[in-house]
Design a protein around this ligand. Sequence first.
Ligand code: TUI
Length: 313
Amino acid sequence: MQTKLTKLLGIRCPIIQGGMAWIADASLASAVSNAGGLGIISAMNAGADWVREEIRKCRAMTDKPFGVNIMLMSPHVEEVAQMVAEEKVPVVTTGAGNPSRFVKMWKEAGIKILPVVASTALAKMVERAGADAVIAEGGESGGHVGDLTTMALVPQVADAVKIPVVAAGGIGDARGVVASFALGACGVQMGTRFLVAKECTVSEEYKKKVLAAKDISTMVTGRRLGHPVRAIKTTYTNQYAKLEADSNFPDEKLEEFGVGSLRLAAKEGNTEKGCFLAGQIAGMVNREQTAAEMIEEIMADVEKRMEGVQWDV
Ligand code: TUI
């Protein structure tokens, strides 16, 4: 299926994989890219050497386009931004900030730039800076969330910019893809569904939690420190929420409480101290499949649902 997004990126299906910290490595990224979507390696808080290694592994496993997600709050953001330009990765997505200062360098390296935005203001800013498309991510998503829902954000971003818009947050199957087209997007980004891909190397405990999740199984914590994140409700999120609500508990201690929790969930499957980031559609994710099975199933269902529908996507 061709849309503005597939044409921009040279991919077969308008599906981008979310850049999930501690999870989205060369294994998942190459599987998604080989399946016709755009696989993404998460640079999270890692140094340039680790990310470069994953890029090289990914290149060995796929000849299709793939991308790197750069989390702009990372302490290593400058060196990673430089390194992806040197490596000339096909695509960069960004999250949790404004990437405008890197756009010139990435464009000179021939990289397609797709910042994740949670507001029309940032969408306009990155368009002016030279972004190729924007990913409008609503607060139904897992991980770091903005205030608006996908339903409210995507059409407003689509009105605010001329570049292609990708919808993210709360999309887990063909219904979400078709709804995204109706909202003015020409593709989607999905994270939570890919958590249970066979090629996803996340801990088994993490996959089990996503598979067991219901519609109301996630919650947002971290608002007090200014970086709200959505995760599956666990002992950890309940404890965090209590400490966050306690005005006598100092900010520094709250910050400390969160340190290492993403790694403990993703790598060690620690159900006591881990923070299992996932989006609101976790309740729809009920079985493990290969990334190719997921993408084929979704695209076949999209085509069925779009029969007779003429939209300019
Ligand atoms: O970035 C994400 N999701 C993430 S990042 C992450 S790692 C992390 N660890 C600890 C604390 C916080 C994050 C886990 N999940 N999604 C993309 C996204 N970006 N969602 C929302 C935004 C966003 C929000 C505000 C982007 C820009 C922004 O303001 C930009 C500015 O500075 O004007």
